[in-house]
Design a binder for this molecule. Structure first.
Ligand code: AP5
Ligand code: MG
Length: 213
């Protein structure tokens, strides 16, 4: 299964991609997670990406495309993948199509998760992420049992730099401008599946499963 998850910041792309990964057995590929890992490791790519990410801006297409191209060559992607947060621009979408067609394949579906802006702000401003396993919590609606520690692995929980209130507004505005052309691109290809992203995580997951071929 080769799927793309589209949606604004806080829509639940990462949450749902992880559930789908467990259910289907193909890897979640999150460009945001890969870029944050590159920063954490102190690589030059991470340092270059940081100034864009901390400002709530998109990292240049060629950087992100290079990362995805390399990742898709890994053995665990032979049965498919769930792309989370990529593509985010039409040039990225075109490049992905080229990469896949060279391998004689293509996407099965593009899921666009839709959530009202006020709910996105609520989710992002309370989000806590485990530094070790990436598990996600929310300070009020899904708090960890022990403050600042992950229930699953005991790792440290942190708030992402780009989840500060000023950054959230910038990201949501940018996203509103960038997403429409990408959705139009996939609508024209007949791949787009719009899914309501409100309700419980299980509700949303059920809708996503039902939308997939
Ligand atoms: P990225 O990491 O992809 O961030 P994003 O797109 O802003 O999306 P988020 O990760 O914030 O939200 P999400 O949709 O994954 O929601 P989540 O599941 O966490 O990208 C970060 C940055 O990297 C970009 O700004 C850019 O700079 C750069 N970048 C990345 N990809 C790029 C690309 N392709 N091109 C250029 N630059 C790129 O859920 C959010 C919260 O809500 C969590 O607390 C969760 O527990 C909670 N939640 C989830 N589902 C529900 C539910 N149903 N009900 C209640 N709460 C829920
Ligand atoms: Mg995410």
């Amino acid at each position: 299964m080769r799927v793309v998850m589209l949606g604004p910041p806080g829509a639940g792309k990462g949450t749902q991609a992880r559930l789908l990964q467990e259910a289907v057995g193909v890897p979640q590929i999150s460009t945001g997670d890969m870029l944050r890992a590159a920063q954490h490791n102190g690589s030059s790519l991470g340092a270059a990406a940081r100034r864009y990410m901390d400002a709530g801006q998109l990292v240049p297409d060629e950087v992100v495309i290079g990362l995805v191209e390399q990742r898709l060559q890994a053995a665990d992607c032979t049965r498919g993948f769930i792309l989370d947060g990529f593509p985010r621009t039409v040039p990225q979408a075109r490049e992905l199509e080229c990469l896949l067609s060279k391998r004689g394949s293509g996407l099965d579906a593009v899921v666009a998760v839709e959530v009202p802006r006020e709910e996105l702000v609520r989710r992002l401003s309370g989000r806590l992420v485990c530094r070790d396993c990436g598990a996600m919590y929310h300070a009020s609606s899904n708090p960890p049992e022990h403050a600042a520690r992950c229930d699953r692995c005991g790792g440290e929980l942190y708030q992402r730099e780009d989840d500060r209130p000023d950054q959230i507004a910038i990201r949501l505005d940018l996203h509103a401008r960038e997403l429409a052309p990408v959705e139009n691109y996939y609508r024209a290809c007949g791949l787009l599946r719009a899914v309501q992203g409100t309700g419980t995580q299980d509700d949303v997951f059920g809708r996503i499963r039902a939308s997939l071929p």
